[in-house]
Design a protein around this ligand. Sequence first.
Ligand SMILES: C[S@@+](CC[C@H](N)C(=O)[O-])C[C@H]1O[C@@H](n2cnc3c(N)ncnc32)[C@H](O)[C@@H]1O
Length: 214
Amino acid sequence: MSVEIIQGDCREQRTMQDRVRLYQERFPRWPAPQAVGDSLYGVFAIGNNYSRKKGYPGEYPRTYLDRIRALFPETPLLHLFSGSIEPDSEHGIYCVDADATTPADYHIRAADIGSYWTKEFAVVLADPPYDKALSPEYAVERPDKIKVISAISEVIRPGGYLVWLDTRMPIWSKSDGWEWAGVIAVFGGTNRVLRGAFILRKRLAVPQTAELFK
Ligand SMILES: C[S@@+](CC[C@H](N)C(=O)[O-])C[C@H]1O[C@@H](n2cnc3c(N)ncnc32)[C@H](O)[C@@H]1O
C-alpha cells in the first residue's frame, strides 16, 4: 500500500543562511539560529506555558513546530511519532503514529515506514518517546531508534532533512547516507529537561568508502 505524494515546494538547494533569513522574517523578535557552513546552531527559548494544548501526552512545546517549519518549509513533509498532529495530504503533510487513537494517516511502527514510501520526503520531523524515566508510557512498545533512523534514510529524498527532537543524539550512520547538519537546543523553562532538535541531511551522493572513515 502506498499514498500518492503530491509534488510540493521542495527547494532543497536553500542554503542554511537562506533558512536563517526565513526564520528572521517570521520571528524578528527572537534570536535566530546561526548558519555555520552547511549546519545550523541555535536555541529556542520557549519557556514554560501551562495553558492547555490538545492534551495529548508529550505534545510538542508551543511554537516549536512553527519555528521548525519556518526553517524547513519544504513539502512533502512526514511527521513521525505524530501524536496529536493532523495530516493534511492536500498540502503534502503526512503523519505516522503507532497509536490507533491518533489522527495519523498510518498507524504503524515507525521502523516500518519503508514499506509505505520510498525516497519521497523533503523533510521528516520526528518526536519519539524519550528515555523511560522522562516520557509517558504509550500503548505501543518503545521504538528501536537506530532502526527508525535507518528506515527514515530510505524514505527521505537526497538533500532532504530529518529534525529529530530528543534528549539524546540518536545513533546515525554515514553509510545510510546521513550527514550532520546541526542542532538547536530547545529550552522549556526552569526545571525542564533540555532537549535537542538534532538535524541530519541525506547526502546528495552516496559517500565513497574512504569518506565513511573521516
Ligand atoms: C512524544 S509523543 C509525540 C507527540 C507529538 N509531537 C504531538 O505534538 O502530539 C510520541 C509518540 O510516539 C508514538 N510511538 C511510540 N512508539 C512508537 C513506535 N514504535 N512507532 C510509531 N509511533 C510510536 C506514541 O504513540 C506517541 O504518539
